[in-house]
Design a protein around this ligand. Structure first.
Ligand code: GLN
Length: 304
């Protein structure tokens, strides 16, 4: 069976499946999204791609973007990044505070909120205009100048960001934040609010399926080793306290966001993005996980 047929089957099956879960209402602006949106887009590293449903509609990337901020920080500062953030799964929710105190302000990995906030701090220390330069970095990889932040989402999250304020203050108390707290959080909320469609995300993430090079131009963005390491972190930490379950069911490195998106990659083969805004209790898209589980089961193309 070819991938297009499989994708069509997954889409048709899941369009008729009852959705469970809730919108991420802790960011009030995200609660205004139509919960029935559903799109999926597949991109092979040879450039063959197909999409279904709402695959060309932009949505809030939220934590998916943390893979790209890690990518830019790793490219910019190299291995010194690991002095500030770990590479272990947390086994805790994305916004958890508990490990930070006994691990002396060093977050377990760059994909939980604490870790992503440290990555923002590193980028601010090394870039002249962090927001513009980060957006340009993504636009370049995506070959798309229409990628932007959604200021309504960023403002909405900031107004309710008590948890992230607690995380950054705790890390500051351990000297793991170099820049003013307000500046780091503003940058963090801006990058979380970046909007992209499934098609744009799948195309952008091909670089991680292609050893750090953009397949269409062969331009190298990060080294093969850096790409390997980022994929490993996606595999172990991309779904917080559901990372084991995602590996077990889907068998691909991936990353979710509370906007309801998930991107997963198969090194050497393809990238796939799915969007369905209702989240399970762990903050990951309910239908998104089902879709990817069906995809790798039917195609027999997981990394295992
Ligand atoms: N911006 C969100 C937050 O800080 C990102 C969380 C997520 O997508 N898991 O809570």
């Amino acid at each position: 069976m070819d991938f297009k047929t499989i994708l069509q089957e997954v889409y048709n099956d899941l369009s008729q499946t009852e959705d469970k879960g809730q919108l991420a209402s802790y960011i009030p602006e995200l609660a205004n999204i139509n919960p029935d949106k559903f799109g999926i887009h597949f991109f092979s590293i040879d450039g063959i791609h197909y999409g279904m449903g709402d695959h060309q509609e932009k949505f809030s990337c939220q934590s998916i973007i943390k893979v790209l901020s890690l990518c830019l920080a790793f490219k910019t500062v190299g291995v010194r990044i690991w002095e500030r953030v770990g590479v272990e799964p947390s086994g805790t929710p994305f916004n958890s505070l508990v490990q930070l105190e006994y691990e002396k302000g060093i977050p377990r990995n760059p994909f939980i909120n604490a870790g992503a906030i440290v990555i923002c701090d590193i980028l601010i220390s090394h870039l002249d205009k962090p927001k513009e330069e980060f957006l340009d970095f993504i636009r370049h990889i995506a070959d798309n100048s229409e990628i932007n932040c959604d200021s309504k989402i960023a403002i909405s999250e900031k107004a309710h960001g008590y948890r992230n304020a607690a995380l950054i203050n705790m890390m500051k108390s351990f000297d793991n934040i170099e820049n003013p707290i307000e500046e780091v959080l503003d940058f963090y909320y801006d990058i979380c609010s970046i909007e992209m469609s499934c098609e744009e995300l799948a195309k952008t993430f091909l670089l991680f399926a292609n050893n750090g090079c953009i397949p269409s131009s062969n331009e190298r963005i990060i080294t093969t080793s850096q790409s390997k390491r980022i994929n490993a972190i996606m595999q172990c930490c991309g779904f917080y306290d559901e990372a084991g379950e995602f590996s077990f069911k889907v068998g691909l490195p991936g990353k979710s966001g509370v906007g309801g998106g998930i991107v997963a990659i198969h090194p050497g083969k393809y990238s796939v993005a799915v969007w369905s805004p209702r989240l399970n209790k762990k903050g990951n898209s309910y239908k998104g996980i089902l879709a990817l589980e069906m995809l790798t089961t039917k195609s027999e193309l997981s990394i295992f």
